[in-house]
Write a protein that binds this ligand. Structure first.
Ligand code: GLP
Length: 241
């Protein structure tokens, strides 16, 4: 694992976006796994800036998002589709056919996850997956559990995740109880992984994920077993290392 500790969130976003730039430069038709969440917003801003400056094109890139809330459609203010569209896709030259996000409105979420997994495989697997981390150590929506999950699947969200993510909704009651997510196995099959964390509230999860024992009770700890992981932190999230 390579760990970078940026001075602040601004620098973290610059490092993260440069790493993505390097992947696309060496492979213009790269397959990227992408996160949502507050941490990723600044990274997307940097990527949009690079695109506008003519440094970077997404015209041949294919993306697969990590997850989506069950029951939320593309137009829903809190869907991850809307997040991706508003923060990133509508500002760059990505082809809409190359964007993949699990369909939160699919009539059968399990089937949707199976098909999503097949699409990733058909595309040739991911070159880089970018991850945020939950305060409980989740990656994507892979919650703490007694076992590491396999391929993409429908997951019941934990109370602490619902609480943490309720800041984007009017109330915790509005947060969906289920989600569709890439599994741990899907994530671990990516050629490269980049994990991002910012803020004091992530410090404990980061310490356990990077320095602790590998356990499904901290899903991100499995990343210690991957051969090409870059972790980009700010000083606050790295404060317990
Ligand atoms: C959600 C997403 C995760 C993300 C996490 C952290 O739960 N499903 O993929 O890593 O939020 O979000 P934030 O960056 O807002 O703390």
């Amino acid at each position: 694992m390579e760990v970078y500790i940026a001075n602040d969130y601004t620098e973290l976003c610059k490092i993260a976006s440069k790493n993505i730039l390097n992947v696309i430069k060496s492979k213009p038709n790269a397959i990227l796994g992408l996160p949502t969440g507050g941490t990723s917003i600044g990274m997307y801003k940097e990527l949009v800036k690079m695109y506008k400056e003519g440094i970077l094109s997404f015209s041949k890139v294919t993306t697969f998002n990590l997850d989506e809330y069950e029951g939320l459609g593309k137009e829903d203010a809190n869907s991850y589709y809307k997040f991706m569209y508003d923060n990133f896709f509508k500002h760059v030259d990505i082809k809409y056919d190359n964007i993949n996000i699990p369909d939160g409105l699919a009539s059968d979420s399990n089937k949707e996850c199976e098909e999503y997994e097949m699409k990733i495989r058909k595309a040739g697997g991911m070159d880089l997956v970018v991850l945020g981390i939950g305060e409980n150590g989740h990656i994507g929506f892979n919650e703490p559990s007694d076992f590491f999950s396999g391929f993409s699947y429908r997951v019941k969200l934990h109370e602490d995740t619902i609480r943490a993510n309720s800041r984007f909704f009017n109330s915790a009651d509005e947060v969906p109880k289920y989600a569709l997510t890439m599994g741990i196995r899907t994530i671990m099959l990516s050629k490269k992984i980049m994990l991002l964390a910012s803020g004091e509230n992530k410090a404990k999860a980061i310490k356990s994920a990077i320095e602790g024992v590998i356990t499904p009770s901290i899903p991100a700890s499995i990343l210690q077993l991957h051969r090409d992981v870059t972790v980009v932190l700010d000083k606050k999230s790295a404060s317990l290392l």
